[in-house]
Design a protein around this ligand. Structure first.
Ligand SMILES: O=P(O)(O)OC[C@H]1O[C@](O)(CO)[C@@H](O)[C@@H]1O
Length: 549
């Protein structure tokens, strides 16, 4: 069998296997597949993944591996790392991996070595951070720049803020980091209230340097600087830019020596490893920034060099495909049992949903498969007291990633064992559930009479068989964090390959931007002005707004 026919046959076999498993609980699979716990776990780059609590059999997994082969995954992994222009709709290579490859390997792109370019710019950026740390570079009035306000949104915000929060114990003494993203002026105002004009460095982070939110915030920050004692000459000491658009940066008034660049082969949501990571380097220092890159590189090496059946990102992706396409689970929860990873769900929302929330395949045809799930999440245990009710008893299943460190970055009494106990209990509860008979027995043991126990028991039933992964590391460090982020990046890429979509464009964000541009002039314009009519609902909302402004 070749081509499409072969692909169809694999999908048919997968559906047959899923049907067979409908009456087979995950716990039964542990009995049928004696070594399941060992076989369905993998270790790489300081991370340990147990995916045995998914409702998938060894046979199902083997079929998925065949599917990956059929989709030419190994060739596509090579194409990714070798800088082929796999982002077809934007005609770009996708080389965030080159940003963390410090091995001396060359990856040629348009006649240049991407790794060398990355090293050169990283060295400039890190030297700048060193100068700020050592006091060689000061604010305009001679004071140390101990405060950073990163102005960016999406990939120019979520990665840096997530990493800075995750590496809190690594913060250099006395440094303060703020992140402003929302065009809601309150975000900037609330931040400016907390900073001192003489000691603050503003980082304007935008790949395109055209993004409405970022440019609006940057202009307002500049106005604030100038009207709060900052001088025109002082701008060069207090404003830097991170961008691929050097010309727009210059037009804004930031000089080339205060600009750190990157390239169109770095996608926004994959850019924290580039100059976009300046706020990270300023927060945690050169060594820890490099440690982050090294952790990601270790995962890259595992991903490109390991057979698919032992390859962590591949396995995680395939299990995700099983949950999405065979079990029809449309929502995936990211549940880090680590307070310092509290921004990881938000980061992965962009990484996953902007990458794989697509309906059209690379070949331009509508996808016949469901693609990326809805991603949401919250730091454990907070989520437990908010939405886990639905995870355990809701009508729709949600697949989950439980993530945690064996040793806390900061131990306090018996807090961490309690956190770990919850981390292990939740996936176990989701898988094992609690049948009606057991619920009834417990109620009778509590002293309820039979009628009362029978009435209440159905509410205490957990149907179980709800799938999850558990992802552990020894400790959350720059290295393990780097590996964790790279793991998800590659997982998302593999799923895009299986679904036949381009994970590296984001056309779906354009229409809203375009319409906001059309609506903006109407917010304060009188109702009878010459604009063409919008839909009745939007017109009505505009009237309500205008009447109150
Ligand atoms: O870095 P920029 O160009 O300001 O873009 C910010 C974000 O906007 C998007 O283009 C779309 O929302 C993201 O992909 C990107 O991360």
């Amino acid at each position: 069998m070749v081509g499409q026919e072969c692909g169809r046959a694999i999908w048919d076999a997968l559906r047959d296997e899923q049907e067979r498993l409908e009456d087979v609980a995950i716990l039964r699979l542990f009995e049928e597949e004696g070594q399941r716990a060992q076989e369905f776990s993998v270790e790489a780059a300081g991370l340990y993944l147990d995916y045995s609590k998914n409702h998938i059999s060894q046979a199902g997994l083997q079929q998925l591996l065949q599917l990956a082969e059929h989709c030419e995954l190994p060739q596509k992994i090579s194409a990714l790392f070798n800088g082929e222009r796999i982002n077809r709709t934007e005609d770009r290579a996708v080389l965030h991996t080159a940003l963390r490859d410090r091995s001396g390997r060359r990856v040629m792109i348009d006649g240049d070595d991407a790794c060398a370019l990355a090293t050169q710019e990283r060295n400039r950026m890190l030297a700048f951070a060193d100068d700020i740390h050592s006091g060689r570079r000061l604010g305009a009035t001679g004071k140390r720049l101990n405060t950073v306000v990163n102005i960016g949104i999406g990939g120019s915000d979520l990665g840096p803020v997530m990493v800075v929060e995750a590496l809190r114990p690594y913060w250099l003494n006395g440094r303060r980091s703020f992140f402003v993203s929302n065009v809601d002026g309150q975000h900037l105002l609330d931040t400016l209230e907390q900073v001192d004009v003489e000691t603050t460095l503003f980082i304007v982070a935008s790949k395109t340097f055209t993004t409405q939110e970022t440019m609006t915030n940057a202009r307002s920050a500049l106005d604030w600087f100038l009207s709060n004692g900052g001088s025109e000459e002082g701008v060069r000491d207090h404003f830097v830019a991170l961008s691929t658009n050097v010309q727009a940066v210059q037009e804004f008034g930031i000089a080339p020596q205060c600009t750190f660049g990157f390239w169109d082969w770095v996608g926004g949501r994959y850019s924290l490893w580039s100059s976009i990571g300046l706020s990270i380097a300023l927060g945690v220092g050169r060594e820890n920034f490099l440690g982050l890159l090294d952790g990601a590189f270790a995962m890259d090496e595992h991903f490109r060099g390991t057979d698919m059946q032992d390859n962590m990102p591949v396995l995680m992706a395939l299990v995700g495909v099983w949950n999405r396409n065979l079990e029809d689970i449309a929502v995936h929860a990211i549940l880090p049992y680590d307070q310092h990873l509290h921004r990881l769900p938000a980061y992965l929302q962009q990484a996953d949903m902007e990458s794989n929330g697509k309906s059209v395949c690379v070949n331009g045809e509508w996808s016949s498969l469901s693609t990326g799930p809805v991603i949401f999440g919250e730091a454990g245990t907070n989520g437990q007291h908010a939405f886990y009710q639905l995870l355990h008893q809701g009508t729709d299943k949600v697949s989950c990633d439980f993530i945690g460190a064996v040793n806390s970055q900061r131990e306090l009494g018996d807090h961490h064992p309690k956190l770990l106990a919850n981390l292990l209990a939740q996936p176990r509860a989701l898988m094992c559930g609690k049948p009606l008979a057991e619920a009834t027995r417990e109620l009778l043991a509590e002293g309820l009479d039979t009628a009362a126990a029978d009435t209440l028991a159905p509410h205490k039933v957990f149907d179980g068989d709800r799938p999850s992964n558990t992802l552990l590391m020894d400790r959350l460090t720059p290295q393990t964090l780097g590996a964790l982020i790279a793991l998800y990046e590659h997982k998302i890429f593999v799923q895009g390959v299986i679904w036949g979509i381009n994970s590296f464009d984001q056309w779906g964000v354009e229409l809203g931007k375009q319409l906001a541009g059309e609506i903006l002039p109407r917010i304060s314009a009188p109702a009878d002005c010459q604009h063409p009519k919008l839909d009745p609902s939007t017109e009505q909302l505009l009237t309500w707004i205008r009447d109150r402004r």
